[in-house]
Design a protein around this ligand. Structure first.
Ligand code: ASC
Length: 152
């Protein structure tokens, strides 16, 4: 095998290994996982929250800007979940994240799917569609927080 091919094969193998590892094994210590997921939520909140004024009609609607922002949000929406592995209890997470895995998984899926729908809405370029889908994403954030995030 030529050298670049060998490097490519090695890169693919390590990428495959990454996805088959238990999520927690991707972090050296539990606190790293907690920091990772909190960082992801901080970015999700920033990129979701900045669309609030547009959805409320308090800021002008720029369809291209919203599309680009929602595309980022789609990427970000995938990130936190792998950092809730076994042994990473803590942060602002309630014990239910680990004791009610199925429910937590459903809440994650509802969020990810609502962000996908927001992307479809953004693609129409119509504020009325964006507004409705934005509201559904917010509701999915809140539903998960109500059950799985500690009250502050
Ligand atoms: C945000 C943010 C949340 C959600 C939630 C939606 O912008 O930081 O936690 O929206 O308030 O209900």
């Amino acid at each position: 095998m030529k050298k670049p091919l060998l490097a490519l094969a090695a890169a693919c193998a390590s990428a495959a290994a990454l996805f088959h590892f238990p999520a927690a094994a991707q972090f050296a210590k539990p606190d790293d996982a907690i920091k990772y997921r909190q960082s992801a939520f901080t970015l999700i909140s920033a990129h979701f929250g900045r669309m609030g004024p547009v959805a409320k009609g308090q800021a002008p609607y720029d369809a291209e800007q919203i599309k680009a922002n929602v595309q980022l949000l789609q990427t970000l929406a995938a990130l936190p979940w792998g950092a809730f592995g076994p042994g990473t209890e803590g942060g602002g997470a309630r014990a239910e994240v680990w004791s009610d895995e199925q429910g937590f998984l459903k809440a994650q899926q509802r969020f990810v799917q609502s962000v996908d729908k927001l992307a479809q809405a953004a693609a129409t370029g119509e504020l009325v569609n964006v507004r409705a889908a934005f509201g559904d994403v917010g509701a999915s954030c809140k539903a998960c927080h109500d059950s799985y995030r500690q009250r502050r």
